[in-house]
Write a protein that binds this ligand. Sequence first.
Ligand SMILES: *Cc1c(COP(=O)(O)O)cnc(C)c1O
Length: 354
Amino acid sequence: MSSGGASAPPAGPRLSVDLDAFAENIAAVRARVSPAELMLVVKDDAYGHGIQTIVARAVAEGVRWFGAFDVSAAVITRAISGPESRIFSWLTVGRREIAVALDDDIELGVGDAGFLDDVAAVAAARGGVARVHLKIDTGLHRNGIRPEDWPAVLEQAMAHERSGVLRVVGVWSHIAEASDEEDDTSRAQFDAAVAAAEAAGFTIGVRHLAASAASFARPEFRYDVVRVGAFCYGIRSAGGPSEEQLGIRPVARLTAPVIRVDGDDATIAVGALDGLPSLLAGRARVTTSEGARALAEVGPTESRVQGWPGAAAGDEVVVFGAGGSSATDLAEKIGTVGEEILVRVSPTVPREAV
Ligand SMILES: *Cc1c(COP(=O)(O)O)cnc(C)c1O
């Protein structure tokens, strides 16, 4: 697999992660959503960018809230971010993992009555007070307490608060961000749920509803905290405003070296096993030193770039990121979203913070 050059880098793909671009995106998002606070979403290994480096830089930039999805990512985030940060995890898990979360002062998203009782039971057994954010289902039907069950769950939560094992610190939901009308309906349900919780005697310090798209475009969706992943990583929404309009730029850049040249075609060392979707063959272009060229074939570990007679072994091609297409540009060719292009990049592809 060596390209033969004495000082050539290993002949494989690399994902470089531009931490200054990340810091600038964070600043752009915060300027936009202020006075709401940013909760940086770091699920899926920080959207494939590498959770350790991302959390460390975010802390250096003053980010105080992290959204970790699963407990193991939350624990990593706690280890890196220190005791001051607030970490929210919303995957429903078993009692063992609840205990792990509570040991690390992780706040839990609770979207059903049984899980609420589990959290209370674990907190009671170990001592201390669990901090939970109740999730109202506002239409996505993706885990969440249905509006008709909300009053009963509030009563149940109040009983746990009175026994001192648990405190409801937040109310949250997740919206589709696909149509303004549907989102407005969700927001009305959300407001009703918060009002009911306050009427029931809870002090709801943290209300959060919006992810990237709504937090940017719709001020009334920002509440206290916005949960943003994509825009902080410089990933625009498919079919949405450009990076320029959003004031963000891609953080990750996937490159691959040329390993062979056959006539007008060049073979590059990246393929489907590295996470490059094979559906991109014949649909996408990669960026060479001589401009954009067609990605004609995607094999398991190698791909063919067509129409590049000037190529030489060792030349670098930008698959996505600075100087090339964005991840969302590629995603749009195959009907998916930029996040998917990023999270598919195999963990075996070296990440390099720059
Ligand atoms: C992934 C996720 C987010 C972040 O969404 P982006 O569009 O990447 O900003 C927010 N909230 C929840 C519940 C999520 O799962």
